[in-house]
Ligand binder design. Structure first.
Ligand code: F0G
Length: 403
């Protein structure tokens, strides 16, 4: 019913094989037999609204023990005050920060950890800029298996680090950036039988494609013109594009949106490739940005992301740290949605692309905000006005209120 397929040479691998890359070096994706899927909009709608509403599209065996924290089912807000400011016809914000551990990674981990149990492994691991590790720590705790996480030391937002520790993962700081930690976990996974749950793992991406299904479902099966999201290791944009294609191929929708990826200026190899029309990225040696979640110089899924952008006639844009903080403020203070810096890049990118005329003002756009504000309180405390402190007297208080 499902197998792994190399996106480069089309080689096939059994779903019971533990493998992350094709022998030719290409990335793998899960191949579903879409002809066997019998769903209608009405049938889907009768079920509870979370990721498992779309169970037919999730490649798990009938008797699998599903490890779930009720992920998905996140809100899609109509953001009128932001669309007025930016000057775009219709804007929605899909708030992935509302997932159980506060990011979209939970969609990947319900699938990934369920698959780990199916494969009979007892240890999982990842390198992470923070959210992946927080999510994997929680899901492996629920599954009762060991979890190892490798983090770029001193570059992880406090909330994410605290979560990984809280859920009992073995947390290891690496003196180096994410790209270096990721190389190391790939070696460790082979050497110590640790099942790798970074987004190079194609099963994990199957969970994340549900973001596309939910957007369609929440918009009453009228696809938006464009979906904009932050891009780091390039797994999410690839997964979401696969989701749209599957809904299209099963005739649940008859149009697909343009995929638009946003990166931070100091970590934007995908944007450089898209703008220069290349189908390969040039890795960046020392990526830097306040959006630590997407501080990645050599994204492993870049070829999938470039395909998604090309196939959908989408685009990519880079935004500065300042533009990111401005967009974070805009989300928080006009529609009440608190997000971490990386997530705000989607709105910052929208603004920039509308201003440059690359996005037409008549478009219906969905921006995905990928992680919760509480993940990174330090970014807020160091970039926003600090609270004032006064003596407890009504006169002092009056002075502040009337200021
Ligand atoms: N937004 C947030 C909040 C993230 O944590 C990430 C990735 C992304 C966007 C980018 O998604 O990698 O699929 O392109 N965080 C990873 C991590 C790398 O380790 O938590 P992507």
């Amino acid at each position: 019913m499902f197998e792994l397929r190399c996106i480069e040479c089309d080689a096939k691998y059994s779903s019971s094989e533990i493998i992350y890359r094709c022998h030719c070096g290409g990335l793998l994706e899960v191949n579903l037999d879409l002809d066997l899927i019998e769903v209608t909009r009405e049938k889907l709608r009768r079920r509870r609204f979370n990721l498992w509403r779309y169970r037919e599209f999730m490649p798990v065996s009938k008797h699998a023990k599903i490890i779930s924290l009720e992920e998905g089912g996140t809100p899609l807000y109509k953001a009128d005050r932001i669309s007025e400011r930016i000057g775009i016809k219709e804007l929605y914000v899909k708030n992935e920060g509302a997932n159980p551990t506060g990011s979209f990674k939970d969609r990947g981990m319900t699938m990934g950890v369920t698959k780990a149990l199916e494969l009979g492994v007892n240890a999982v691991g990842c390198a992470s800029t923070g959210n992946t590790s927080a999510s994997l720590a929680a899901y492996s705790a629920k599954a009762g298996i060991k979890c190892y996480v490798l983090l770029p030391s001193g570059k992880i937002a406090m909330g994410k680090l605290a979560q990984a520790i809280l859920h009992g993962a073995k947390v290891i700081g690496i003196r180096g950036n994410f790209d270096i930690a990721f190389k190391l976990i790939q070696q460790a996974s082979r050497a110590f039988n640790i099942y790798l749950l970074n987004s190079i793992n194609p099963w994990r991406l199957e969970g994340q494609k549900s973001e596309a299904y939910e957007i369609i479902d929440q918009l009453d099966f009228e696809p938006p013109d464009r979906v904009i999201l932050p891009v780091g290791n390039c797994g999410n944009i690839s997964a979401i594009w696969k989701g749209f294609k599957e809904f299209y191929e099963t005739e649940l929708i008859d149009e697909m949106p343009q995929m638009t990826g946003i990166q931070a200026e100091g970590a934007s190899p995908v944007v450089t490739a898209v703008k220069s029309g290349k189908d390969k990225i040039e890795p960046i040696e020392n990526p830097e940005t306040i959006a630590t979640a997407i501080r990645i110089g050599a994204p492993v899924n870049a070829s999938k992301a470039l395909k998604a952008i090309k196939e959908s006639s989408g685009t990519a844009e880079a935004v500065s740290d300042e533009e990111i903080i401005d967009a974070q403020k805009l989300l928080a203070r006009t529609i009440g949605v608190g997000v971490e810096p990386a997530s705000a890049s989607s709105i910052a990118g929208l603004k920039k692309l509308v201003e440059s005329g690359e996005i037409d003002k008549s478009e219906r756009v969905v921006c995905i905000t990928t992680g919760n504000a509480l993940k990174d309180p330090e970014a807020i405390l160091s970039h926003y006005k600090k609270p004032v402190e006064i003596e407890p007297s009504i006169e002092e208080l009056e002075r502040i209120i009337r200021r």
